[in-house]
Design a protein around this ligand. Structure first.
Ligand code: ZN
Length: 441
C-alpha cells in the first residue's frame, strides 16, 4: 500500500500549501523582521504544474484546491554529499568485531574481495538510494572503493544506477583509494581515466605519508587537466599530528587548482593546540575548500576503546570554519557497514544528530543550510535545495511547526513531494537483502 505521509496534498496540477512554516535561509531573498529569531516565517505556497509558482502571505486568498499545514514546516529536498552506497548494508554478513577504525578497514576489505560482484554492489546501492529517496533526498554523492580491481566493477554499476535514478535521485561518485597509491603512475592513469570516463570526481584518503605533497600536487595537476573536481577523506583520526588538511590547502594554492575541492572528516583538527588550526583554517578559506563533517560516523569510531567511556565527540571545528566563511555541511557517511553499524540515509536524522553533537543551536536558524544549500553549492548544484518561485516543487512537509518539534521526533510521517506529487515513502524491507547476506542473515 502506498504511504504518502501525513499531508493529504491534492493530487491535481494546481494547489496551495496553506499556512506553511518555512526556514528563511532556504527561501530566496526572504528578509525576516528582527523579532523572528527562530529564522522561520509563515506563507502559502502556490504550486502549478510541478513547480512553485508563488509564495504569498498566509492570509492571501487562493483559488482552487489546497491543503492546510496549520504551521507545519516545509523544506526543500535534502542533499547528502558524503555517502558510501557501495559499502552499505553489509553489516549482517560482516559486522565490525570491536567498533574500531582499524577493524572497519580490515573487515570491509575482506568483504570486498569476497563478495563485491556487480550484482551485489548494485543491489545494496539500489537499496540505499530507495531509502534516501523515501526520506526526501534528491542529490547524493557517494564514494566508491576504487583500489584495483574493484574500480572496474563499481564504476559501471554507478553509471547504470545514475541513469536508472534520473529524476528521482541525482547521483555523483568519487574515487576512494589511499593517497600514496597515486604515486604509482599506472594506477594513477587508470583511475583518472575511469573517473573522467564516468563523469566522476577524483578523490582519495589523505594521511601523513612521506610523499604527501608530491601525491597531492600530482592529483591536482591531473584533475585540472581533465576538468575534474576533488573530494578527499581527510585526517579521520584523533592523532593531532595528522595535518593533511593543511597540505591539501597548500597544494591547491600552490597549483592554483581551478576546480572545486571538498574535504571530509578533518577530525584531528579538533585535537590540535589553538594556533595550529587557525593557521590551517586561514589556508582552507584562501583555497576555497568546502568542509563536510560526518558526525554520526565520527561519534561512533573516534575515541573508542573497549571498557573506556569516550571523552570527545570526534567532530571537526565546524563553528570556527563557518565563522571564517568556509562553506560547511554535514552528511550521512556510512550506513550499516563496519564503519558505522546504523544509519538509513535520512538527512533529517543527520541534521538532528548534527545539532546535538556539534551544538548547532542557540540559535539553530541558519544551520539548516548544512543539509541543503551548502552541500548543493559544494556539489556544483546551487540551482537546487531552495524554495523559490520557478523551482521544482521538490519539498519535504513536516507536521512539526518549529525547531523543537522538528528535532524531538523522527518525523517518520513526513510527506515528500517530487514535482508537486506526493511520493510513496515506504522504506525498503531489510529482508530483501537476506539472499546477499548468506547464512549471516
Ligand atoms: Zn566517508
Amino acid at each position: 500500500m502506498r504511504d504518502t505521509g501525513f499531508a493529504a496534498v491534492p493530487n491535481s496540477p494546481r494547489f496551495v500549501l496553506r499556512n506553511a512554516t518555512l526556514p528563511a535561509v532556504l527561501a530566496d531573498g526572504r528578509v525576516l523582521p528582527e523579532d523572528a529569531p527562530d529564522g522561520l516565517f509563515r506563507a502559502n505556497i502556490h504550486i502549478a504544474d510541478g513547480r512553485i509558482e508563488r509564495i504569498l502571505s498566509p492570509g492571501s486568498i487562493g483559488d482552487g484546491e489546497s491543503f492546510d499545514l496549520s504551521g507545519g514546516m516545509v523544506w526543500p529536498c535534502f542533499v547528502d554529499m558524503h555517502t558510501h552506497l557501495d559499502k552499505g548494508h553489509i553489516w549482517p554478513r560482516r559486522p565490525n568485531p570491536d567498533g574500531s577504525f582499524a577493524a572497519a578497514l580490515a573487515t570491509v576489505e575482506k568483504d570486498r574481495s569476497a563478495n563485491w560482484s556487480a550484482a551485489d554492489v548494485t543491489a545494496r546501492m539500489e537499496f540505499g538510494l530507495r531509502c534516501a529517496y523515501a526520506h526526501g533526498t534528491s542529490l547524493v554523492r557517494t564514494h566508491l572503493d576504487s583500489a584495483s580491481p574493484q574500480h572496474a566493477i563499481s564504476w559501471p554499476v554507478f553509471a547504470e544506477l545514475r541513469e536508472r535514478w534520473t529524476g528521482r535521485v541525482d547521483l555523483q561518485a568519487v574515487s576512494l583509494f589511499a593517497i600514496d597509491a597515486f604515486l604509482d603512475q599506472i594506477f594513477a592513469d587508470e583511475i583518472v581515466g575511469t573517473v573522467a570516463e564516468h563523469g566522476g570526481v577524483l578523490g582519495a584518503v589523505t594521511f601523513m605519508v612521506p610523499e604527501l605533497d608530491k601525491a597531492l600536487t600530482l592529483m591536482m595537476e591531473r584533475a585540472a587537466n581533465r576538468g575534474l573536481d576533488l573530494d578527499f577523506h581527510v585526517d579521520e583520526t584523533h592523532d593531532a599530528a595528522a595535518c593533511s588538511l593543511r597540505a591539501i590547502a597548500d597544494a591547491a594554492i600552490r597549483t592554483k587548482f581551478p576546480g572545486r575541492i571538498v574535504a571530509g572528516h578533518c577530525c584531528s583538527l579538533a585535537m590540535q593546540p589553538n594556533k595550529e588550526p587557525e593557521a590551517t583554517l586561514d589556508r582552507v578559506a584562501e583555497a576555497g575548500i568546502g568542509i563536510v563533517s560526518l558526525p554520526m560516523c565520527n561519534l561512533y569510531l573516534q575515541d573508542r576503546q573497549a571498557g573506556r567511556t569516550p571523552r570527545w565527540r570526534g567532530v571537526t571545528l565546524l563553528h570556527e570554519m563557518a565563522a571564517r566563511g568556509i562553506e560547511v555541511a554535514v552528511a550521512s557517511d556510512n550506513t550499516r557497514d563496519p564503519f558505522y553499524a546504523y544509519g538509513d540515509l535520512d538527512m533529517l536524522e543527520v541534521f538532528r544528530e548534527a545539532v546535538r553533537v556539534l551544538q548547532l543551536d542557540h540559535p539553530i536558524a541558519g544551520w539548516e543550510r548544512v543539509v541543503t544549500r551548502s552541500p548543493a553549492a559544494m556539489l556544483g548544484r546551487p540551482d537546487i535545495a531552495r524554495i523559490a518561485p520557478g523551482q521544482p516543487a521538490d519539498l519535504v512537509l513536516f507536521r512539526a511547526r518549529n525547531w523543537t518539534e522538528l528535532l524531538s521526533r523522527p518525523q517518520s510521517d513526513r510527506t515528500v513531494l517530487r514535482a508537486g506529487k506526493a511520493i510513496d515513502h515506504a522504506l525498503p524491507d531489510y529482508r530483501e537483502l537476506d539472499d546477499l547476506m548468506g547464512s549471516a542473515a
